[in-house]
Design a binder for this molecule. Structure first.
Ligand SMILES: Cc1cc2nc3c(=O)[nH]c(=O)nc-3n(C[C@H](O)[C@H](O)[C@H](O)COP(=O)(O)OP(=O)(O)OC[C@H]3O[C@@H](n4cnc5c(N)ncnc54)[C@H](O)[C@@H]3O)c2cc1C
Length: 497
């Protein structure tokens, strides 16, 4: 029996509420669709949470009726072609950290789990590293930390897929030094929406290479990606400093962030993430700051001193290998939180070029009052600051589809019954931030977006070219449900959202 047939059977089994089947191992009788040994399940199945990558957030999740783990790129190519022929719905899972209202539109679908694409290859002579679709940012950061004292440009969160982050742009603390992850991307191996295996780079399939750097989830499935590797700054060591403040420090901190809006003042070697939350136990707002400096403590000290001058409740700093940055950040707590799976988390974000302290003070006052009245709400407002000079200096012909700069805002709450309330609260706040963002129209980093913004906000001036490429490569619109270039309205649980 073909895998394809079995997957279709799984769909009808679910529809008639027959209990799920065991984990099956495909064998040679599966024929042309999958390689022998390919694992797949019909869902639900108790093996699914154990053997397949689970989603970080349960907000607006895709609805799967089966899941399959292609063994290699040929296997994946055959599957995509077969699923297309049968008009089956599917979506790839890399690190499972994507969140979008748009995923809720993917129902009765096959989860193409990329866990088997998990190899990392170093090319020490050419200063390149190639990672698979399943390798997360922590693997990527650890890939090149031997005596060569090299580094790669990675993101903030250890459990996001390196390729998943790159497909949106890939922001992270080393952005000031080496730019976004897309700025270090040299080539990708991918299966196109039509199922062909191709390489895309500055010399091959150049239109696809442009498109994957900012709108990558739209143009097929990237199986492997090759990145530039750099000589590590400060012999591979960086300073990690964490601060906790009470609300008395808020105004001083906002003014400091305003000073740091300038890339001439905020150093390339530094990155800062500021988190505003409400502590329901202590019944008070809290502020924490994680600062990274890719250089010596002496060089970092003048910048850290500005934070110390704001009188933190406590703070610490340590010097450690650059690849330990995400594990150390947030007093060692960030790693654990960012890697949890299955929480009800979403984010409402806005890209900003500048900090307007008055707008922020008003937003934070509303956030505090609103949070205090709702014990079920565990939200934060996170402001990330990177030096954008390197990214802006990338010549236009070498840039990808990614248009803007970013800020992230996140919230975790207890389930769909509060969706409307949370959204009604966040929307005007987001609008207020947009108005003083320094952008002429709303901009949002697509990987941090909520899903209800517009394609213009996600893709900016790249949109018209993306739409043309979409017609060329994915006319059936099978890919990129999270942030569609068409901008169709969203429906969640049968209701317009
Ligand atoms: C806790 C947390 C921290 C984050 N930190 C950062 C950060 O520091 N920097 C940053 O830039 N972003 C960050 N993000 C955003 C993250 O980059 C995006 O959510 C990204 O889409 C996650 O990719 P994934 O493969 O892990 O997720 P998935 O949910 O598996 O995939 C997300 C989307 O991409 C598609 N996709 C996944 N893999 C592939 C592939 N190989 N080829 C084609 N399509 C694919 C999926 O089909 C889906 O549409 C963070 C997100 C979370 C939840």
């Amino acid at each position: 029996m073909h895998l394809l047939l079995q997957l279709s059977l799984a769909a009808s089994a679910l529809a008639s509420a027959i209990p799920a089947k065991r984990l099956s191992v495909a064998n040679s009788t599966i024929g042309p669709y999958v390689a022998p040994g390919t694992e797949y399940l019909s869902l639900p199945d108790p093996e699914f949470p154990i053997k397949f990558t689970q989603r970080h957030s349960s907000f607006a999740n895709p609805g799967y009726i089966s899941a399959v783990q292609p063994l290699n790129v040929q296997d994946l190519s055959t599957m995509v072609k077969s699923f297309n022929k049968k008009n089956l719905r599917y979506m790839a899972t890399g690190g499972g950290h994507g969140i979008s209202t748009g995923f809720a539109r993917v129902q009765n679908a096959i989860d193409i789990d990329l866990s088997k694409f998990n190899t990392i290859d170093l090319d020490v002579e050419k200063n390149l590293v190639t990672v698979g679709a399943a390798n997360v940012l922590a693997d990527f950061a650890d890939s090149y930390t031997g005596p060569e004292r090299k580094s790669v440009t990675t993101g903030n969160s250890p459990c996001v897929s390196a390729i998943g982050a790159t497909l949106g742009a890939g922001v992270g603390p080393m952005q000031g030094l080496h730019g976004l992850m897309i700025d270090s991307l040299r080539s990708v191996e991918m299966v196109t929406p039509g199922g062909d295996v191709v390489t895309a780079s500055q010399t091959e399939n150049t239109d696809l290479f442009w498109a994957v750097r900012g709108a990558g989830a739209h143009f097929g499935i990237v199986t492997r990606a090759t990145y530039a590797v750099y000589d590590a700054t400060n012999r591979g060591e960086h300073v990690n400093a964490d601060f906790r403040f009470d609300s008395d420090a808020q105004l001083g901190l906002l003014n400091l962030l305003k000073d740091w809006d300038s890339d001439e003042v905020f150093p390339r070697e530094m990155a800062v993430s500021v988190t505003f939350s409400y502590d329901h136990v202590a019944k008070m707002p809290t502020i924490s700051v994680s600062a990274y400096y890719f250089g010596s403590y002496e060089a970092a000290r003048p910048y850290l001193q500005k934070l110390v001058d704001l009188k933190p409740i406590h703070w610490r700093n340590e010097t450690l290998g650059w690849n330990g940055m995400t594990q150390a950040a947030g007093f060692g707590q960030t790693f654990a939180k960012a890697c949890v799976r299955g929480r009800y988390t979403t984010h409402f974000s806005a890209g900003i070029r500048q900090t307007d302290p008055d707008t922020w003070a008003s937003v934070l006052a509303k956030f505090t009052d609103w949070s205090a009245a709702r014990p079920w709400f565990k939200g934060s407002i996170i402001l990330q600051r990177y030096n954008a000079k390197v990214t802006q200096q990338v010549p236009a012909e070498d840039r990808g589809a990614y248009p803007g700069e970013i800020l992230g805002r996140w919230s975790t709450y207890d389930g769909p019954n509060h969706d409307v309330e949370v959204r009604e609260f966040y929307q005007p706040l987001r609008d207020a931030i947009y108005r003083t963002s320094g952008f002429a129209s709303p901009q949002v980093y697509v990987n941090y977006a909520h899903g209800d913004e517009s394609p213009e906000a996600w893709y900016g001036p790249s949109l018209s070219r993306l739409r043309l490429l979409k017609q060329k490569y994915d006319p059936q619109n099978r890919f990129g449900p999270g942030f569609p270039v068409s901008g169709k309205p969203y429906i969640i649980r049968g209701q317009p959202y």
